[in-house]
Design a protein around this ligand. Structure first.
Ligand code: ZN
Length: 250
């Protein structure tokens, strides 16, 4: 019996090139036959191959768009497109929640003024997904199991394990509005200007003598000033602004 035998109910799945990365090497051809059971939804079929639905744009059956709840029938040809870029997430201001592995990305997003909550301890998938739903935050993760959770408000798979590439991936996908130097990189609080006299006791002598423009985080009390140690951060800011401008989504 061959895989094309009429006794085996199959569909022909055409994954967009951007999505083939998620599936087993043997399934990375332009078209791959997939067995169906006449009960499972197309969303389930796609997910069970390893593709998070957060990464899927449209599902087309013989050229006609269908919802993820569509139950595919043998003989159908199903085209799966990637999520559109830039991606819009309607229903709430654009803000993010990052899992325990994405601390550097969280700090870089905050540096650019993007609202990026981050769990520095592993609170578990259920709690993370619940927070995404409660606060309407887009969950960023490299964990596909986490992105499969139904209760997520929205989610996105972060492809690279390198912070530079992760940042470009997220900025290019969601085009958040950028407002560098306005957010606390330590806790995500919104910074406010601070009088030197008000923060002087929290500064070392050299800093007190050398700088006059300060900001403080009302959430954690941290004080910020523009100093020589910002060269590396300034590079990140300059590169983001050069490539993505000020962004466009609040
Ligand atoms: Zn803070």
């Amino acid at each position: 019996m061959t895989s094309s035998s009429p006794e085996i109910p199959e569909i022909l799945l055409c994954l967009a090139p951007e999505l083939r990365f998620f599936v087993a090497p043997a399934r990375r051809a332009e078209r791959t036959p997939v067995r169906v059971d006449g009960v499972s939804s197309l969303g389930h079929v796609v997910e069970s191959l390893g593709v998070p639905l957060t990464e899927v744009g449209r599902l087309l059956v013989d050229g006609r768009e269908v919802p993820v709840s569509h139950v595919p029938a043998a003989g159908e040809t199903v085209e799966v497109t990637p999520v559109a870029r830039p991606q819009r997430v309607p229903g709430a201001p654009l803000r993010f929640l990052l899992d325990v592995h994405l601390g550097t990305l969280a700090r870089r997003l905050r540096l650019l003024g993007v609202d990026a909550a981050y769990e520095s301890t592993d609170i578990g998938d259920a709690a993370l997904a619940a927070r995404s739903a409660r606060e309407r935050r887009v969950l960023l993760s490299r964990d596909r199991g986490l992105l499969h959770r139904r209760e997520l408000w929205a989610g996105a798979f972060v492809r690279s394990d390198r912070p530079d590439e992760q940042l470009r991936d997220v900025l290019g996908r969601f085009t958040p509005r950028l407002a560098p130097w306005t957010r606390c990189t330590a806790c995500n609080g919104a910074l406010r200007p601070a009088d030197k006299s008000a923060v002087a006791t929290r500064l070392e002598g050299g800093t007190r003598r050398s700088y006059d423009v300060f900001a403080e985080c009302p959430s954690c009390g941290r004080v910020y000033w523009r100093g020589a140690h910002h060269a590396q951060l300034a590079r990140i800011v300059d590169e983001a602004l050069a490539e993505f401008g000020a962004g466009d989504v609040d």
